[in-house]
Design a protein around this ligand. Structure first.
Ligand code: SF4
Length: 449
């Protein structure tokens, strides 16, 4: 039985203007990426933004970890405009209300995180006291705010009441939305991200349904956070994003890879290209427990995106235990097998590989995360059912450690914190020491532990 791509119906989000670019409503789905440079290096950050915009990014997010970074933000935006590029620039803010206030006068959009942007207490009136001045500043400057909830950094009172999954992500976001609504501020985008594709899909559907139920329709930004790198990272990202796009959910998205942002943009374009086609998918669900996907794609990124797209729309796929990808022009049959096994793992059907959660790095990262991730992948065994988190800083680091079996967080200057089963190992370690310690702890097959 061959199946047809479903009609591409959108969640009816309201239209917003972000620095002259429309988002939501009938606007195209927008691609976002994030810089990995030190924001105080104005030239390097502006260059990376321009390169990503020219590669196809619609908007770029820039980490703003301190006062020096917020000063640089103004210069970066100026350099980008002087290069003739007018796409929106987004400031990524954690912890500091002062930085948010400063960035709101410069960036086209600011992202705040409910997990670390709380008031002096946990009652709504505490949130009013910090969000009211911010909405006034944003209103004056036409700046949009993204409520960016992340499973790795949920507010403590939400975690206690709702856990660490989709329900908690939705509740953290709704708590903020209610305050913004009471303040009559509607320049809002929402996102509910998790490092598991399945959790992120559940959260995306749940927030869209909740908004519909409450008669509100803010644009949604989606993406699998800290998806990793290479084939596994692309498959996880594609599965999460395409599953939501297929349901009409997602006005903007980010492919989050521990690689250069240009590579994120390149793969994001492949996801979008397929989502708007009317071509006939080749996936076949024969009798028995096997799905077959047939693809004529030759290039690896296209083959991944096409395979995930065909898988997502196939009815009854969760009842099938085996996936065969038949792509006669693929680089190799091994690559087809690799896509199939990582796709089944991302979908929660199998667990043949170590699940690597790795942050894509930003201005806050304490180490070269691409190198760290490469070393971890190369020197640790590929253990079925194990989950290893490799994080660049304390924003989402401690939260991800609670969701992983093993993990390391960079604390800067070549030092790492080490976690085994969510518990911190006393002391500070070099990367070599951290990997050597993990080699001792990790069993050969966690399914048998
Ligand atoms: S966890 Fe990684 S991507 Fe997230 S803020 Fe820290 S360094 Fe940046």
């Amino acid at each position: 039985m061959a199946t047809q791509y479903r009609a591409f119906e959108r969640f009816p989000s309201r239209q917003l203007n972000i620095g002259g670019m429309s988002l939501g409503g009938d606007s195209p789905v927008r691609i976002q990426s994030m810089t990995t440079t030190d924001t105080t290096n104005v030239k390097a950050t502006a260059r990376q933004c321009i390169s990503c915009f020219r590669a196809g990014a619609d908007m770029m997010r820039i980490g703003v970890p301190g006062k020096a970074a917020v000063k640089s933000l103004e210069k970066i935006k100026k350099e980008i405009r002087e290069a003739g590029v007018h796409n929106p620039v987004v400031a990524d803010i954690h912890f500091s209300h002062d930085l948010a206030m400063d960035a709101a006068g410069i960036a086209d959009k600011i992202r705040i995180n409910p997990g670390n942007f709380q008031g002096p207490g946990t009652r709504p009136e505490h949130l009013y006291s910090i969000l009211k001045p911010l909405t006034e500043k944003c209103r004056d400057h036409g700046t949009v705010i993204r409520i960016g909830s992340n499973a790795g950094s949920l507010p403590e009172h939400i975690r206690k009441a709702h856990g660490k999954g989709a329900e908690a992500l939705v509740e953290a976001t709704i708590e903020y939305l209610n305050v913004f609504r009471a303040l009559d501020f509607d320049g809002i985008v929402v996102s509910v991200k998790a490092s598991s594709a399945a959790e992120m899909i559940r959260a995306g559907i749940a927030i869209a349904e909740r908004m519909k139920h409450e008669g509100i329709n803010y644009p949604l930004h989606t993406g699998v956070t800290e998806a990793g790198s290479g084939t596994a990272g692309r498959i996880k990202s594609a599965l999460g994003i395409i599953s939501l796009l297929d349901r009409g959910i997602g006005d903007t998205f980010r492919v989050s890879l521990t690689e250069s942002p240009e590579k994120e943009v390149e793969f994001a374009k492949l996801i979008l290209e397929g989502s708007s086609t009317n071509s006939t998918a080749q996936a076949i669900c024969p009798e028995g427990d096997t799905i077959e996907i047939h693809s004529d794609e030759t290039e690896s990124g296209r083959l991944i995106a096409d395979s995930v797209r065909q898988y997502v729309v196939l009815p009854g796929r969760f009842k099938k235990k085996k996936l065969l990808i038949k792509a006669p022009h693929a680089v190799s049959r091994n690559f087809c097998g690799e896509i199939a096994s990582y796709l089944m793992q991302a979908a929660g059907i199998s667990n043949e590989h170590t699940d690597i959660i790795s942050c894509p790095a930003c201005a806050r990262a304490g180490a070269d995360m691409e190198m760290v991730c490469r070393e971890v992948k190369a020197r640790l065994p590929d253990v079925p059912a194990a989950r290893i988190a490799v994080m660049g800083c304390m924003v989402n680091g401690p939260g991800e450690m609670q969701l992983a079996d093993y993990g390391i967080i960079s604390t800067g200057k070549g030092s790492f914190r080490l976690f085994i089963n969510g518990v911190k190992v006393a002391g500070s370690f070099s990367l070599d020491e951290s990997i050597a310690a993990l080699q001792q702890y990790i069993p050969t097959d966690k399914r048998n532990v």
